[in-house]
Design a binder for this molecule. Sequence first.
Ligand code: DX5
Ligand code: ZN
Length: 237
Amino acid sequence: MFQPVRIAPSILSADFMHLGDDVAMIEQAGAAFVHIDVMDGHFVPNLTMGVPLLKSLKPATKLVCDVHLMIDNPLTELPWFIDAGADLLNVHVEALSEADLVRAVAQIHEAGLLAAAALKPKTPVAALAPVIADLDMALVMSVEPGFSGQSYIVGSDLKVAEVAAMARGAGNEAMLIQVDGGIGEKTAPLVAAAGADVLVCGNAVFKAADPASALQAVQAAADEARLAALAGGEQGA
Ligand code: DX5
Ligand code: ZN
């Protein structure tokens, strides 16, 4: 059955001096998530935002607070972000041993939050194996994490299809697939057709002349591709 994609604007590209206005704008324009890029200067070179910002943001929005942890020590930091009001916590598989990845997902679920695991572009999808049956969402990075405004890595849609097949194989049909990096009106259809459910957009939304229209244009382009893929699949069946 057709489900529209969910747009998750990344506030890394927002105007921090007017963050409240920017978040209200994306909510009004139809975003489903607000994507919060937490970077520690170790796991990735950049240093961005963290717990105090999430604490201020959470009561100001109805959007799902989607926290993308690009940090070296997610296991020790999880309680802080749980306490600060995250709805969804996303840990990178590269930052954790297999056992700690399983622990992190369990800890997020015990707190009643949605759990996601993220893959850097060069990380094989097999790294999701220990948790794929339990995840609410998997994130396929389509740029090297660290900065907004980079170009989509060609072929990332093939990885989305691989993750979708792996989730089906594990009996986790409900798992969402998120794609993050270089997503805009041109690239959204590629990943949506491959099975992406949640699209992170930084520059494509916040750096557009009309951000609300840009968000809706990405959504429309992605939904059209999803519908076409669904129709093609049904014909082929
Ligand atoms: C990159 C971040 C992304 C980034 C997306 O490490 O995880 O969320 O802000 O920005 P765009 O859409 O501009 O690539
Ligand atoms: Zn991100």
